[in-house]
Design a protein around this ligand. Structure first.
Ligand SMILES: Nc1ncnc2c1ncn2[C@@H]1O[C@H](COP(=O)(O)OP(=O)(O)OP(=O)(O)O)[C@@H](O)[C@H]1O
Length: 336
C-alpha cells in the first residue's frame, strides 16, 4: 500500500538548508495499522505530506495506493483519505449535506453519495447528528465527522495526523473504538501520527520511529520494548554502601544498562526483568545484602526511544501528563 525508497525532502531557506527527511525506506502492507512516532521536528509531517501528495519529494520514490507521489500526486490524493489536524467541515455546514457534497465532488452520483454518507454516519455513530451544523457537535463528534469526510470516496488507505490530540482520555478511547470499527468494516489501511505513546503502544500493530529525518526503529511495540528497552529494576538498599555493592553485582551478573546509584537506591535496565530479579535478589542475599524494596517496571515506547537516542520522546513532544500517568499505572511493584 505504501512503498518508499530513499525518500528525502530538503527545504532550502535563504540562509540554511533543512534536511527534513533523509532517505526513508518504508513498506506498509494492505490492512496494516502503523503508528508513526518521533520528537518535534523529526520529519513526521513532512513524510506524511509527501506520502499524501501535498509536498513534492526532493529525491527518492514513493508509491502510495498504487500511485507515484512524484509523478502523480493528484492520483495519490484521489486514492487516499487524509485527516489533518484541522477540521474538515466548515462551522455552518450541515453534517450529512457536507458528506454528500464531498461525495459528489469525488465523482459519486448523488444517490451513491447519500448511501455512502449514511453508511459512514452509522459506522461513526453520527446518524443522530446528520441534520446538525458541524459547529454544534462536541469535540469528539467533530473528530469523527472529520474521519467520515476523509472516507467518503472509499479510500483503501487513510492517513491520520494526530487524530486524538486535544481530546480528553474518554473521547480519545471513544475515537479509537470508531477508528477500529472503520478498519473492521471497510478493511482500511491506517497510517497515523500521534504524540500519545501509550495509544500507539496499545492500538498499533507496528510502530515506526523517526528521528532527525531517518527511521531508527520499525517493529511491533512488544518486540521494540522487549529487545530495545527491557525492564527497569529499582532496589531500595539499607545504605549507600550496600547500594554501591548491589550496583557492581548488577553490572557483572545481569548485564545491566543505564545503571544509576542514588543514595541507598539502585536502578538499572535489563531484558526480562521479572526473570532476572529473583536470581539477583538471591545473589545479593548470599553476599549478605537484603534489599528493602524491589520494583520492576515494564518498559514503554519512551524507554525504547531513550535507549536508541539517549533522549526522552515524551519530553521532546511535550505529551499530555495523563499519558505519563497511564504508563506508570502499568508498572508492577514487588515488596521484599
Ligand atoms: N516548509 C518548510 N520550510 C522549511 N523548513 C521546514 C518546512 N517544513 C518543515 N520544515 C523543517 O523540517 C524539519 C521537520 O519538520 P516536520 O514538520 O516534518 O517535523 P514533525 O516531526 O512533524 O514535527 P512536529 O511533531 O513538531 O509536528 C523541521 O526542522 C522543520 O523546521
Amino acid at each position: 500500500m505504501i512503498h518508499t525508497r530513499a525518500l528525502t525532502k530538503t527545504f532550502r531557506l535563504r540562509r540554511e538548508t533543512v534536511e527534513a527527511v533523509r532517505g526513508v525506506d518504508l513498506d506498509v502492507a494492505n490492512g496494516e495499522l502503523v503508528a508513526f512516532l518521533g520528537p518535534n521536528g523529526a520529519g513526521k509531517s513532512t513524510t506524511l505530506r509527501m506520502l499524501t501528495g501535498l509536498v513534492e519529494p526532493t529525491s527518492g520514490t514513493a508509491i502510495v495506493a498504487g500511485h507515484d507521489a512524484r509523478r502523480d500526486s493528484a492520483g495519490v490524493r484521489r486514492g487516499i483519505g487524509y485527516i489533518g489536524q484541522g477540521h474538515a467541515a466548515g462551522h455552518y455546514h450541515y453534517v450529512r449535506d457536507e458528506m454528500v457534497t464531498q461525495g459528489c465532488a469525488y465523482g459519486l452520483p448523488r444517490r451513491a453519495a447519500r448511501e455512502r454518507a449514511d453508511e459512514l454516519l452509522e459506522t461513526l455513530e453520527l446518524t443522530g447528528m446528520a441534520k446538525r451544523q458541524s459547529a454544534t457537535l462536541s469535540g469528539g463528534q467533530r473528530r469523527r465527522l472529520d474521519i467520515a469526510l476523509g472516507l467518503v470516496h472509499r479510500p483503501p488507505l487513510l492517513f491520520l495526523d494526530e487524530p486524538s490530540t486535544g481530546l480528553d482520555p474518554q473521547n480519545r478511547a471513544n475515537l479509537w473504538t470508531h477508528v477500529m470499527a472503520v478498519r473492521e468494516r471497510f478493511d482500511t489501511t491506517l497510517f497515523l501520527t500521534t504524540h500519545y505513546l501509550e495509544e500507539a503502544d496499545e492500538m498499533a500493530e507496528r510502530v515506526v520511529i523517526i528521528d532527525h529525518g531517518r527511521i531508527i526503529a520499525d517493529d511491533t511495540p512488544g518486540r521494540l520494548k522487549a529487545t530495545l528497552a527491557g525492564d527497569r529494576i529499582t532496589l531500595g538498599l539499607p545504605d549507600p554502601d550496600a547500594a554501591a555493592t548491589a550496583a557492581r553485582m548488577a553490572e557483572r551478573g545481569t548485564g545491566a544498562r543505564e545503571l544509576d546509584v542514588t543514595g541507598p537506591h539502585v536502578t538499572f535496565r535489563v531484558p526480562h526483568g521479572e526473570e532476572v530479579l529473583p536470581e539477583y535478589l538471591r545473589a545479593l542475599a548470599e553476599a549478605g545484602i537484603t534489599a528493602r524494596t524491589a520494583r520492576t517496571a515494564t518498559s514503554t515506547l519512551d524507554d525504547v526511544f531513550l535507549t536508541l537516542t539517549g533522549r526522552s520522546l515524551r519530553e521532546e513532544t511535550g505529551a499530555a501528563r495523563e499519558g505519563n500517568r497511564d504508563e506508570r499505572e502499568g508498572h508492577e511493584e514487588v515488596a521484599v
